[in-house]
Design a binder for this molecule. Structure first.
Ligand SMILES: [Zn+2]
Length: 114
C-alpha cells in the first residue's frame, strides 16, 4: 500500500497493473474501488470510492509515468512536484494535487493551496 485514500476514511491506495487498449499500464486505486471489467476502465456502482490515479495521467504534459514514490508523496504530503515538458521541450516543474474525478490535477499557479 502506498498511503491513505484522500477521499474516503478507510481506503488505502494500492498499485495495480492493467491492460488498457492493448498496453500495459499501472493504475493506483483506492482499496474500496471495484473494477467491473478486466480492462480496468470501469468501476462498479457498488464501489464506496472510485478514486484512482492512472500512471499515465501526465502524458500530455510530457511525463510518461507517475511513479510509486510520487504517489506516496502525494498521499502523505498532499502534493508532489512533477517535472513536465512543454511541446517545444522546455522543462518546468509544477505541483500536482489529488483530484476526486481525474485522480490528479496540476496546479498552474506557483503556490500550493493548503
Ligand atoms: Zn477511497
Amino acid at each position: 500500500m502506498l498511503g491513505k485514500c484522500p477521499y474516503c476514511k478507510d481506503g488505502c491506495i494500492i498499485m495495480q497493473k492493467k491492460i488498457v487498449q492493448g498496453r500495459n499500464t499501472k493504475v493506483y486505486t483506492c482499496s474500496n474501488a471495484k473494477f467491473i471489467s478486466e480492462d480496468g476502465e470501469l468501476f462498479e456502482s457498488v464501489s464506496s470510492c472510485s478514486y484512482r490515479i492512472w500512471g499515465n495521467s501526465l502524458l500530455k504534459y510530457g511525463k510518461r509515468f507517475i511513479g510509486e514514490r510520487e504517489v506516496r508523496e502525494l498521499l502523505s504530503e498532499g502534493t508532489f512536484v512533477a517535472v513536465l515538458h512543454s511541446r517545444n521541450g522546455v522543462e518546468y516543474r509544477k505541483y500536482v494535487i489529488p483530484h476526486d474525478e481525474y485522480g490528479i490535477s496540476v496546479l498552474f499557479e506557483d503556490e500550493v493551496a493548503v
